[in-house]
Design a protein around this ligand. Structure first.
Ligand code: GRF
Length: 200
């Protein structure tokens, strides 16, 4: 038995890729499913190429719930990771996975969070405010955008010559370095019994 992760992603999926690769040979943690709301999202093709099952969801299916919960159940998903997933997570999913949904945000929450603050918009706002630092926040998901309990933050320095694009590059580097580690640590703390069972 392993601790099974579902990754939800809407875009490129560079974080999803790093997480899949990080856990590829792990004895007791597995990325079992990648879910996207966009048929053309590169993340779907990337996941398939790595042998991970994928699911495309539409808005109705996502907010209505039963069929998605059924799939998560079939794959025996323990933990949901949002890695660039743009839809607000509905209450039924949070109730089904209490404190078991993690999100990564490309800035230092509580600043630069909330509705509309995603991707490039975040880095543009950070640049416009003349911040000397930005960073990443990994947090639990509750029913509001970017408001759940913060699990981890780390920063990077910015200079005046940074642009939203170079800020994005710095942030992605931090995300790829830390997100898999924070997920692993979270799982080791919460699922020690399952991990021991898998290793015995
Ligand atoms: C990341 O910057 C993440 O913080 C944000 O969306 C972006 C996704 O990038 N939530 P990618 O698709 O993983 O490359």
């Amino acid at each position: 038995m392993s601790v099974n992760i579902a990754i939800f992603a809407s875009g490129r999926g560079s974080n999803a890729k790093t997480i899949i690769e990080y856990f590829q040979d792990h004895p007791s943690i597995e990325v079992s499913l990648v879910i996207s709301n966009k048929i053309q999202a590169p993340v779907l093709e990337m996941a398939r190429s790595k042998g991970v099952s994928t699911l495309l969801i539409d808005r109705q299916g996502f907010y209505n719930g039963q069929s998605l919960l059924q799939v998560l159940d079939e794959f025996q998903i323990h933990l949901i990771i949002l890695a660039g997933f743009l839809w607000l997570v509905p209450g039924y999913l949070i109730q089904a996975y209490p404190e078991r949904i993690l999100n990564i945000h490309p800035a230092l929450l509580p600043k630069y969070g909330g509705k509309g603050m995603y991707g490039r918009h975040v880095h543009e706002a950070v640049k416009a405010a003349g911040e000397r630092h930005s960073g990443i926040t990994i947090h639990l998901v509750d029913e509001e955008y970017d408001r759940g309990k913060i699990l981890f933050q780390t920063t990077c320095a910015l200079t005046e010559s940074d642009t939203p694009e170079t800020i994005a590059q710095k942030i992605h580097k931090l995300e790829h370095e830390y997100f898999p580690l924070v997920i692993q640590q979270f799982i080791e703390e919460r699922y020690s019994t399952e991990i021991e069972a898998a290793q015995s």
